[in-house]
Design a binder for this molecule. Structure first.
Ligand code: FAD
Length: 365
């Protein structure tokens, strides 16, 4: 059995974890990156839209660093359809628009970058708990029989949304009580019609449980969408909504699950403890690029703390300050559409578009 000691343990090889592992390894830390799945990025629970307007220079740098095949296309325009089926607004994206990436391949690229920087990656290794000494986190327990205990000077928890929202026991002191979840199916559809490859569509109204869904085209006849269930998809497909005629002949070629807590993107009140930093969605943040940025911040702060051998909550609090710019309460939280009537939703959408245009990146995942 291995007795394993690292400077930094990173839990979860999603965008936040791989970004953190890469930056820390580049700076000379001995890093281990632990991923529970056998294939990084699979299953993908994300559309893969990278909002170009949010961190423009950083986004270009990250996308410039991955294999070009990861980038599928760009969206120049967003359209929004109100409950009455009216096409209420068309918003041109700022700058170069938003990118669409293959999220599973994107995640693998970032994990490879971490490995190339010197991080030790273990797939098929689920973190099951924390090891603590005098209240400070000093390691993790894992599902691996070869390495059931791994020790580190600091742990970065980047294991995604469920950790933040459900209060996974290992982060319990930070995440507190669980929150209600919404969720459903994320579908890749073929035989869509009346869509345009560079136009992302939002359809809002009580016809779907969460109050909105969207079509993210891959090309002129295929793309992704989400629903609460397959039954809801079938209802919409055969119904009489604006989106129905686009989906009438559509066939799913891929289905994964999705879920998120009722409160999304607002960040946890506490993201650090002695020996522990939470990054990305585990810290209650949302958005692929936001999570990458938080991974960078986590690595920077971890590095500073490890250098002076002071991995205390107090020393790590700088990370929480840095993350303030990443707080982004989402649409589903800011406006609980599912509790509004179609008339109220229609009014909200039209009034907002008239007032300032809708910044789609601000209100959706
Ligand atoms: C339906 C849907 C669509 C979305 N679309 C978009 C979009 O288009 N654009 C956008 O910017 N954001 C989108 N998001 C949000 C985005 O997917 C997340 O904000 C982002 O994936 C969070 O990255 P992360 O690295 O923090 O966590 P994750 O991507 O969730 O990665 C966590 C990793 O940790 C691993 N892990 C979990 N538990 C353990 C464990 N115990 N041990 C070891 N490993 C573990 C997981 O397998 C996973 O690889 C969407 C979300 C949903 C629900």
């Amino acid at each position: 059995m291995e007795a394993i000691q690292y400077d930094l343990i990173v839990v979860g090889a999603g965008p936040a974890g791989s970004a953190a592992a890469k930056v820390a390894a580049e700076q000379g830390l001995k890093v281990i990156l632990l991923e529970e799945h056998t294939e990084i990025g699979i299953p993908a629970h994300c559309y893969g839209v990278i909002y170009g307007a949010m961190f423009p220079a950083f986004t270009e740098e990250i996308l410039g660093s991955v294999d070009k095949k990861v980038i599928i296309s760009r969206y120049s325009t967003y359209r929004i359809y109100t409950p009455s089926g009216k096409m209420a607004g068309e918003v041109a994206m700022a700058g170069k628009g938003d990118y669409l990436v293959r999220r599973d391949a994107f995640d693998r690229e970032l994990a490879k970058q971490a490995v190339n920087a010197g991080a030790d990656l273990r797939i098929n290794t689920r973190v099951t708990g924390l090891v603590k000494k005098d209240g400070r986190v000093i390691g993790v327990t894992t599902s691996s029989t070869a390495a059931p205990n791994i020790y580190g000077k600091l742990v970065i928890g980047a294991d995604g949304i469920h950790a933040a929202a459900k209060g996974t026991p290992r982060w319990a002191e930070l995440t507190g009580a669980g929150q209600p979840f919404v969720g459903g199916v994320l579908l890749e559809l073929t035989r869509l019609r009346d869509i345009e490859p560079d136009v992302r569509e939002y359809h809002v109204g009580t016809f779907v449980n969460t109050g909105w869904t969207c079509i993210n085209p891959y090309d002129a006849t295929s793309g992704t969408t989400h629903f609460a269930s397959m039954a809801e998809f079938e209802k919409v497909k055969t119904g009489n909504y604006a989106i129905s005629r686009k989906m009438r002949d559509a066939i799913p070629v891929r289905m994964t699950g999705w879920s998120h807590p009722a409160r999304l993107g607002e960040g946890l009140p506490k993201m650090v403890a002695d020996g522990l930093i939470l990054a990305g969605s585990a810290a209650g943040l949302v958005g692929t690029m936001h999570c990458v940025v938080s991974g960078h911040y986590a690595a920077q702060v971890a590095l500073e703390a490890i250098k002076v051998n002071e991995v205390t909550e107090k020393k790590l609090e700088r990370y929480e300050d840095l993350c303030k710019e990443l707080i982004r309460p989402c649409f589903v939280d800011a406006l609980p559409f599912s509790n509004l009537s179609d008339e109220a939703i229609e009014h909200f959408v039209l009034a907002n578009i008239e007032k300032k245009g809708l910044n789609f990146g601000d209100w959706s995942f």
